[in-house]
Structures are given as C-alpha cells and as structure tokens.
Write a protein that binds this ligand. Structure first.
Ligand code: MV4
Length: 449
C-alpha cells in the first residue's frame, strides 16, 4: 500500500479521501487555493500546500502546480476525486510520466470513454444494448435528415465529447433539426473544443440507472449493484438511491452482467460507473461510462458494506480484488440527498456566504459527508454542493423515514439550501411509491403553481 498520497481536490470529497487514508495508515497531502486556506481538508491532512488563486483554472485545474506539490512532498500517488482533473486523460498521463500513480483508470480508459460515440460503439460490439442512431459523427444537414428519417422523430443531438447532458438538443421535426444541428455544433465547439455531434432516437420519460464497477489491475471486474439517479434538475443530480425501485432481481442481474461486459470490453481498471437509460417498458440502453468515483458512491457503500475509496487505493497500489461477484451481498436500502447552497425558490440560484448556525443530524442509519463547519465561508468560486445526507434502512421505506427525520434535524443557516426542497420530495406520493421519471422535479414545481 502507498505510504503517502496527494489529494488533488477540495470540499467533501477531499475529506472523504483523507478519512479512507487515515484508516489505511496512508499519509495525506492536501492542496488548496487561496480561497480555501481555512478549509477542513487543509486542516485534517498531514501536510497542505497552496497551489494558486481562487479560480479553479489557477489552482485545482493547474497541472504544473499540482505536479510540483506532489514532487515537493514526495508522494507516491495522486487521488483526483471527482470533477476538476478526474477525467483528464492528459493529466493521468503526466502523472505516469512523473512516476506518480494516478488513482483511477488508465489514460486509455479515460480517453475512450470520454469520446461518447466511440464508447457507445465499443460496448455495442461487446453486446450491450444501445439506442439506435447515427453510428458516426453527423456533419451535414443532409446526414442529419437522413438519420432522422431512418430512426423517426423525436431525436436527440448529443456532443461526442459531451456527457452529463451538456449540449443536448431534442428535435421533433426537420426544420428544428436543421437549426438545432448548427447550434449544437457551435455549443459543442465552445464547451469542449470539439464540434462533433451525433444523433439518437429520443427516449421519453426515462429513468437513470447506473451500475458501480470495480476492476483490478489483474483484469478482474465486478459490479456492486445499481444506483437510481432519476431525480435531477438540468442534469444536476439531487437524490440518488440504491437499490433502484424500478428493478427486480432478474433485470438487476441482466443489467449488472452487461455492465461488467462493457467494462471488460475496454479493459477497465479501478472504480467506474456504467450509466443506463431505462424506458417505460423496462428496455434499457447504455448511455455512457463515467471514469471516476462519483458523488453518489456512498449509497452503494451503505448497501454493500464496501468502502469504495479504500478499494480505489488498494487497486491502484496493485492489490487484487479480495472478493468475487457472488460474494457481494446487497442488504437494505440507502438514499442520498445532496445539500446545495442554492435557493430552490429562486431557480436554484447559488447562495454563497457564511454559515453561522449548523446542526448535524445523527442516530441510527445516518451519515453526513460534508466539509462545512460553524463559521465557515461558502465560496462562490466552486460547485455549490455543501454536503450529502445519506441514510440507511432495512427497506426503502425505512431509509425514507430516517431521511425525513434527518432533514428535520439538519440546520444550516442563514444561507439558502436545498433542505426544504428535499423535505417536499420525500413527502411526494410518486416518490414514495418509487414511480417517477426524469421529469419529476419539473412536475413537482408545476404542482405548486
Ligand atoms: C437521452 C435521453 C433521451 N433519449 N438520450 C442526459 C444525461 C446524459 N447522460 C444522457 N441524458 C439523456 N439522454 C436519449 N436518446 C434523455 C436524457 C436525459 C436524462 C437522462 C438521465 C437522467 C435525467 C435526464 C434528464 C434529461 C434528459
């Protein structure tokens, strides 16, 4: 195992990684921006180095600064967390060339899955179901019209370098398709430096169901079951849970086996996630693979008892997975509510500022992963997620009950947060029944108006 690593991240995930390292006896080096000098990850790491200004570009995305910090402190490895440099194949390559282990997938894994069309084509050849559409980049309006005629409207235009919903356009007719093609291409160019787009049949009112994958460096790959992340707003996830209320054991087994097959087809190493869209008739399709640990990983940890960050560290240090697929036991149910410093009454506008009063929920089945403390300042420079409230119960209903009372116990003042929004969702009949699709949040807001 490593003796010392650097954490190239901030916030709750930096703290999450420090916790895993402490339990494994690994020394930690925190890096921080000038805006984060008083952050908890700086305080709890064994060493800390300031790597630049408040803007992410000059600090958490500043590769030369991070590599210098790693060399000065003589670490063996870097954990990128999620966001920032976690899915930057170039950064993973630079780490390797500096003899620093990147705690994550290989640069090739990241690059291949980062190209959404190549990813789709690769897993399709491995036998995974994919949504019908263009098999190559759509360059001209003639190509777009031909594809739409073949697969029929509605269709969706997606950026090849995109993912996470950025730069997508739904079209219902030829006129819209032609104008959307141009805007999608220029949006893709502006956002990703690559104008390539492709077209798919649009699936209406789907669910988002994703499978957690672990692969070791000896080629053993298994899955740790699914997370349902259907409750989102503008591609920002708000609530995740495991197991998915939409799957039965037969469907879960089939999807899990195919997720493993997809990961095997690219020789996947470390933690990753295969995303599926599930339609109203329980047809499912591969969407994309996320080549990082995800924000919502705790719900998987709660139902499997496996610490995913420790597994990432073990895998990166060359250890083999110590269990087989049959050994993974799923028990109970877990839900995560993401707490954002945002105002749900005001289009979820960020609400940075100082937290004066703060009370953490507790009791059986409660976990709160956060970097906030009384008196801390929520900076406007970074993502507005300030914590994740995670609950566990023997059944979905129990996990919901624990969540409801935990949300009542959670006090974060005076900034605006999503706590009240979550209370509403947790009382919604459709949510309680477990029957909902990606338009859930929109409908929830319509109901009150
Ligand atoms: C789709 C889709 C419908 N049809 N693709 C959004 C995120 C990205 N991973 C893929 N996304 C979608 N792709 C086809 N062919 C609908 C979405 C989508 C969505 C997916 C999962 C969860 C929430 C969503 C919200 C809007 C759109």
């Amino acid at each position: 195992m490593f003796s010392k690593i650097l954490i190239a991240n901030r916030g709750e995930v930096a703290l999450r990684i420090i916790r895993a390292c402490k339990e494994l006896g690994i020394k930690t080096v925190a890096v921080y921006s000038q805006a984060d000098a008083h952050s908890i990850h700086v305080r709890f790491a064994d060493e800390a180095i300031c790597i630049g200004g408040a803007q992410s570009q000059s600090s958490y995305l500043n590769i030369p600064s991070i590599i210098s910090a790693a060399e000065i402190t003589d670490v063996e490895a870097i954990h990128p967390g999620y966001g920032f440099l976690a899915e930057d194949a170039h950064f993973a390559e630079i780490c390797a060339s500096c003899n620093i282990k990147f705690i994550g997938p290989t640069p090739d894994n990241i690059r291949l899955m980062g190209d959404k069309m190549t990813a789709k084509e690769t897993v399709r050849k491995a036998g995974l179901p994919v949504i019908t559409g263009s098999r190559a980049v759509v360059k001209t309006k003639e190509e777009a019209l031909r594809t739409a005629k073949e697969i029929k409207y509605p269709v969706i235009i997606k950026a090849a370098a995109g993912g996470g919903g950025k730069g997508m356009r739904v079209c219902h007719n030829d006129v819209r398709l032609i104008s959307a093609l141009l805007t999608a291409q220029s949006e893709a160019e502006a956002a990703f430096g690559n104008p390539d787009v492709y077209i798919e049949k649009y699936v209406d009112k789907p669910r988002h169901v994703e499978f957690q994958i672990l692969g070791d460096e000896s080629g053993h790959i298994l899955h740790l079951g699914e997370r349902d992340c259907t409750i989102q707003r503008r591609h920002q996830k708000l609530i995740e849970e495991s197991p998915s209320p939409a799957l039965d054991s037969k469907l879960r087994k089939r999807m899990g086996e195919l997720a493993v097959k997809g990961a095997k087809s690219v020789g996947y190493v470390n933690a990753g996630t295969i995303e599926f869209l599930l339609d109203e008739n329980n047809n499912f399709y591969f969407m994309e693979m996320n080549t990082r640990i995800q924000v919502e990983h705790p719900v998987t940890e709660m139902v499997t008892g496996i610490d995913l960050i420790k597994e990432q560290l073990r895998i990166a240090s060359g250890q083999r997975l110590s269990y087989k697929q049959e050994d993974i036991v799923h028990k109970g149910a877990s839900i995560e509510c993401r707490i954002y410093a945002e105002d749900p009454e005001n289009d979820f506008r960020p609400s940075p500022g100082r937290i004066a009063t703060y009370h953490i929920p507790g009791g059986p089945g409660v976990r709160f992963d956060t970097h906030i403390y009384s008196g801390c300042e929520i900076s406007p420079y970074y993502d507005s997620m300030i914590g994740k409230l995670i609950t566990y119960g023997n059944s979905r209903l129990e996990a919901i009950k624990v969540m409801q009372r935990s949300l009542d116990e959670l006090i974060i003042e005076p900034i605006k947060t999503t706590i009240g929004f979550h209370k509403r969702v947790l009382n919604d009949p459709a949510f309680l029944r477990g029957i909902f699709s990606t338009d859930f949040v929109e409908k929830l807001f319509e109901k009150r108006e």
